[in-house]
Design a protein around this ligand. Structure first.
Ligand code: DHB
Length: 390
């Protein structure tokens, strides 16, 4: 009798273990990827989704015994929509990770939900320095504007530019860029001779470009968000500024790889600083660009794409370190201090700020095999976010 009972309970225990193992393998870690897939910033969403899917195709959909599932939602670039979608994904879909955030206001709107739900929030695009301070659950896979801008000011200084005008889009990342450039550049007789902010929606650059033509500065420093650069370049050319001797400089958002080729020869010679160029010659980047092109009808990845790709890397590697636990605090702790070789170069998650320490490259637009590229020619190594150094 006893023996029979023992066998029965052993069998029941085995069955229970079997079920548990099966359930665990089936249990999904869901990533809610919220992106502008329509509207003026749709290129950001398209790039990030394509790169996130590429990462999953290359690395499989099972990590540390868990199935990883991506749920992509379009927020049209509207903060209220981003927040509503995040809430729905957390409550109804029981997602374990929030990801995406194509623009700063979208990240700001969602940060309190990440804190409440104790869920990691991977910022793959938005780049205002203060974002990571909005929640201890935010980890950034993109960059910050002060990080990209300060090296531009240094390069301008070292290249004898003395009078520079500044043009930025009038919202948080633009203000970050304007401030970082001015603070670094306007010393020892160097001067920002004019600064203008243009609206995020339907910007018209013409009136300011006329002023720049009259002021004749040595250079014009520009920040516009990804996707807007082509429009700017068109007006720059229409005003004849490309032939005026005013050097065009900026952060790499201006000469975004997604639209650089459409800009035409007016873009040749533009010097920018940024963390990613599709022309980066490393083996890791060559493989990334080739795989991205093969999966996307020959389209080139830009810095948004690399943010999506590295954001997925953070989630996958964190899950490996927690042994498959999607507990938010454990995942964020696992991401802190993580280092790897990204297509952009070596990166580390600063454990104090949850920002990436990364190389910032100085690049010049050149023609390579008949196509326009940001060709890197100097490197500021292992740059951390200067906005948090104080
Ligand atoms: C932001 C958006 C961009 O498209 C970009 O290139 C840089 C910053 C932002 O809203 O934070």
């Amino acid at each position: 009798m006893l023996r029979r009972q023992m066998i029965a309970s052993a069998a029941a225990a085995l069955l229970a273990v079997g079920f548990a193992a099966g359930a665990q393998a089936q249990e999904a870690v869901k990533i809610g990827l919220i992106l502008p897939m329509t509207g003026p910033f749709a290129s950001t969403g398209r790039q990030i989704e394509a790169a996130a899917r590429l990462y999953m195709a290359q690395h499989g959909t099972t990590v540390a015994g868990k199935r990883v599932e991506l749920i992509v939602r379009d927020d049209t670039g509207t903060p209220d929509v981003t927040r509503r979608i995040a809430q729905e994904l957390l409550v109804n879909d029981k997602i374990s990770v929030l990801a995406g955030f194509g623009l700063t206001p979208l990240a700001f709107a969602t940060a309190p939900l990440a804190t409440q739900a104790k869920v990691p929030m991977i910022v793959m695009a938005a780049a205002t320095a203060a974002i990571t301070e909005q929640s201890p659950f935010i980890v950034r896979a993109s960059f910050t504007l002060p990080q990209a801008t300060q090296p531009m000011a240094d390069w301008a200084t070292h290249n004898g530019l003395k009078r520079v005008a500044s043009l930025v889009t009038d919202y948080a990342p633009g203000i970050d860029a304007e401030k970082a450039f001015k603070e670094r550049f306007a010393r020892d007789g160097r001067e920002v001779v004019a600064d203008v902010r243009v609206p995020l929606r339907n910007p018209d650059f013409a009136p300011f470009l006329q002023r720049v033509a009259d002021l004749k500065p040595d250079a014009l420093f520009v920040f516009v968000p990804s996707g807007v650069g082509a429009q700017f370049m068109k007006q720059f050319q229409e005003r004849g500024l490309d032939k005026s001797g005013v050097k065009l400089i900026g952060t790499g958002d201006l000469t975004d790889d997604d639209i650089l080729n459409e800009m035409g020869d007016v873009a040749l010679g533009v010097v920018t600083t940024h963390h990613y160029s599709a022309a980066n010659p490393s083996a890791a980047n060559k493989a990334f660009v080739a795989a991205y092109k093969a999966a996307n009808k020959g389209a080139r990845p830009n810095f948004m794409g690399v943010g999506g790709y590295d954001g997925m890397h953070l989630v996958y590697e964190a899950l490996k370190k927690t042994g498959g636990s999607a507990d938010g605090t454990r995942m964020v702790d696992a991401m802190k201090g993580m280092s790897w070789t990204s297509p952009r170069g070596p990166v580390t998650v600063d454990p104090k700020t949850r920002e990436l320490t990364q190389n910032i490259y100085v690049r010049r637009v050149e023609k390579v095999d008949g196509q326009l590229y940001n060709v890197e020619f100097a490197t500021f190594q292992a740059v951390s976010d200067p906005a948090k150094a104080r």
